[in-house]
Ligand binder design. Structure first.
Ligand SMILES: *Cc1c(COP(=O)(O)O)cnc(C)c1O
Length: 388
């Protein structure tokens, strides 16, 4: 169906941060399939792990024990400090699980109309519940009636959350992205203070703190999960994008009392946590560890931000360059969606979100010379665009 306006290119193979089209042209990938291909393309260890698993078992059903799923769950709990995992197949499904979990948590406390606080400019997915939670009218328009049970407040506004707390006794949870991805790489002014204060408010009212780490998770911001830049731990965390390096997988991770909410029969998924997807997830996490890609994401992400900041120091039209590890946003003073096809013609893959923000989500494996190449190529393109 015509759900995507596609760029006129067909890729046939990849190698690290490089992609090759059917004419043999080579592109620098600064988008990584929208934060999915953290290991770059065709990483030999990942290819080996997936191939070996496909030769043994791809799917058996959650009616049976699945060793690879158990191993990935253990690993996710170890690196997050959390307790239990539900596996699904995408980011919206992970958030659906979080939303169902929060509602059930509320019902278990006797709240018959539980509500979840969500943010302006947020993005949580395209299913009915997750598009209702999303703070973007474009995502919702035409799909009313929306799912009820969400209270919206501005992002990075603690006072607004406190106000809801003072008048609404149906609230059971807060659902928030540590850094808003689709919303424009929005980083709270005091990023750790924001989450830490939300944690305090949630504790004071018996709410669940639920982080949507679908985009920020899996080393994207320089730590396994963005909340690890702070002192807090969430009750619930949704993951997807980078977790399977392109093999579809999502996860809803929970800790403490939240980890005990789902009981037999309360949720499920045919494909969720199958041997192939969880083997890909486990290989992804192991490779990130072995190749020190968290450290690389922090270092290279900062290098890219510094490179652009220096290049644009005298460039009118560039509002600000910001990053959280390898989530990089270049905010312009005007709509710049055309930059995507202009960059493509220059053999560079980028994204524009929130109308005016050039968004870069490079593979976590990008090295220094590739990062310099990215900055060099894109600076020229953006300057030419602003002068045209
Ligand atoms: C991409 C994204 C989603 C949706 O993930 P899908 O796999 O497309 O359903 C949800 N939340 C955030 C923060 C995302 O970036």
């Amino acid at each position: 169906m015509n759900t995507y306006s596609r760029q006129p290119v067909t890729f046939v193979k990849g190698d690290g941060v490089w992609l090759y089209d059917d004419k043999g042209d080579k592109y620098l990938d600064a988008l990584a399939g929208v934060a999915v291909n953290g290991l770059g393309h065709a990483h030999p260890k990942l290819v080996k792990a997936i191939s070996e698993q496909a030769g043994k078992l791809i799917h058996v059903s959650n009616i049976y024990n699945i060793a690879e799923q158990e191993a990935l769950a253990d690993k996710l709990c170890e690196i997050s400090g959390m307790d239990k995992v539900f596996f699904c197949n995408s980011g919206c499904e992970a958030n659906e699980a979080s939303i169902k979990l929060a509602r059930l948590y509320g019902h278990n406390k006797g709240i018959v109309n539980p509500e979840i606080i969500v943010m302006d400019k947020s993005f949580h997915g395209r299913t009915m519940a997750t598009l209702s939670a999303t703070g973007n009218r474009k995502v919702q328009a035409g799909f009313e009636p929306l799912v009820s049970g969400f209270v919206r407040v501005p992002y990075d506004d603690i006072e607004a959350v406190k106000q809801v707390a003072s008048r609404n006794s149906n609230v059971v949870a807060v659902l928030v992205e540590p850094v808003q991805g689709e919303g424009g790489i929005n980083i709270p002014k005091d990023a750790s203070g924001y989450l830490e204060t939300l944690r305090e408010i949630c504790d004071a009212h018996g709410w669940l703190l639920m982080l949507d780490e679908v985009q920020t998770g899996i080393a994207r911001t320089g730590t396994w999960f963005a909340f690890q830049h702070t002192t807090i731990k969430p009750d619930v965390m949704s993951l997807a994008k980078g977790l399977g390096s392109g093999v579809p997988i999502g996860a809803c991770v929970a800790s403490g009392k939240a980890a005990e909410v789902f009981t037999y029969g309360k949720h499920g998924s045919t494909f969720g946590g199958n041997p192939l997807a969880t083997a890909a997830g486990l290989a992804t996490l192991n490779i990130i560890e072995e190749e020190r890609l968290r450290e690389n994401a922090e270092k290279i992400g900062n290098l890219i931000r510094e490179g652009f900041t220096a290049d644009f120091i005298d460039t009118k039209g560039v509002v600000v360059v910001r990053n959280a590890g390898m989530m990089i946003g270049i905010e312009l003073d005007r709509p710049c969606g055309d930059l995507v096809s202009i960059a493509l013609a220059e053999k560079l893959l980028i994204n524009v979100t929130a109308d005016k923000v050039v968004r870069l989500l490079p593979p976590l494996v990008m090295n220094e010379s590739e990062a310099n190449e990215l900055v060099k190529r894109l600076s020229v393109i953006i300057k030419a665009f602003l002068n045209s």
